[in-house]
Design a binder for this molecule. Structure first.
Ligand code: GUN
Length: 281
């Protein structure tokens, strides 16, 4: 039987509706309107699209949303000054610096300069550290969105074998921690992992976050597995492909997320969610 497709777009629309309702309640009861500022440096085309989509989703949900688009030549000092100003602005509850930054700017230094309470991406070392030790923190949006998708199908992670393919700070490491918190047994694989097909073949849950189109083949997937595809790879013909061979994998998996329309819309939704939480604090 082909896999059940987890419709991220539909779930995202539903959650964004719930967030919008809460925003209008917060605004009428306390006079607080959640505010998000996105900072984009340079002209990375994909980043421009992502930031624009984030801004639009925020506005649609009734947030105050603003984008600072700075030139490629912006210095680290100038960027630090802008973040300092946003840290002090009471109307700004969330600050997002779109990655990657130009090479002459120290990414970690910039992320560390954001007030952890306004760090709606959850990339500040304080938030990352709190996530590691299981304390309340801002959780990065993509992993948070994945957990909401898993919840939405009523899937129980306890005792399951999960494999995360990719070890980035943005997705791989935090999703591994969240799966472990739910009592899954987690393997983190990456570009240097030996015998990847065999390891994937043992997994009840596969999270693919490598950023290379369709490298995870359908025939590697364990029958009945849950497959989460985080990849957003644009091919030369303009088509979007995930990291998983969807056609093959959906013949074996019990549940699978599509690309597009899977994890992507949930990432944006969790950014709204984190900003709403920051505004409530
Ligand atoms: N670049 C790729 N993904 C992300 C994300 O979730 N947040 C930010 N700020 N930059 C990114």
């Amino acid at each position: 039987m082909p896999a059940q497709i987890i419709d991220g777009k539909k779930l995202a629309t539903q959650l964004q509706g719930e967030i919008a309702t809460e925003v209008s309640r917060l605004s009428s009861s306390k006079g607080i309107v959640p505010g998000l500022v996105a900072v984009l440096v340079g002209n990375n085309e994909a980043s421009k699209v992502y930031v624009r989509n984030k801004e639009l989703a925020c506005k649609k949900a009734g947030f105050l949303a603003e984008q600072h688009h700075l030139p490629e030549t912006t210095s680290e000092t100038e960027l630090l000054q802008l973040i300092d100003q946003l840290n002090r602005d009471a109307k700004v509850h969330g600050i997002l610096v779109q990655l990657p930054l130009p090479k002459h700017i120290d990414e970690q230094k910039i992320l560390r300069s954001i007030d952890p309470k306004k760090d709606v991406d959850g990339f500040h070392p304080v938030n990352m550290g709190n996530l590691l030790i299981g304390q309340p923190s801002m959780v990065p949006c993509t992993p948070l969105g994945i957990m909401r998708m898993i919840e939405s199908i009523g899937y129980r992670l306890e005792g399951k074998e999960a494999i995360v393919v990719g070890r980035s700070n943005i997705v791989g490491k935090p999703i591994a921690l969240l799966l472990m918190q739910q009592n899954a047994t987690v393997t983190i694989a990456h570009s240097k992992t030996a015998n990847l097909p065999e390891k994937i073949g043992r997994a009840d849950v596969v999270v693919a976050a490598l950023g290379r189109p369709e490298v995870i083949r359908g025939e590697w997937i364990k029958p009945g597995a849950l497959v989460i595809d985080v990849g957003i790879n644009r091919l030369p013909d303009g088509k979007l492909k995930g990291d998983v061979d969807f056609t093959g994998a959906s013949q074996r998996a019990a549940y699978i997320t599509p690309v597009p329309g899977g994890v992507g819309p949930m990432t944006i939704t969790m950014l709204l969610w984190n900003t709403l939480q920051a505004a409530k604090l």
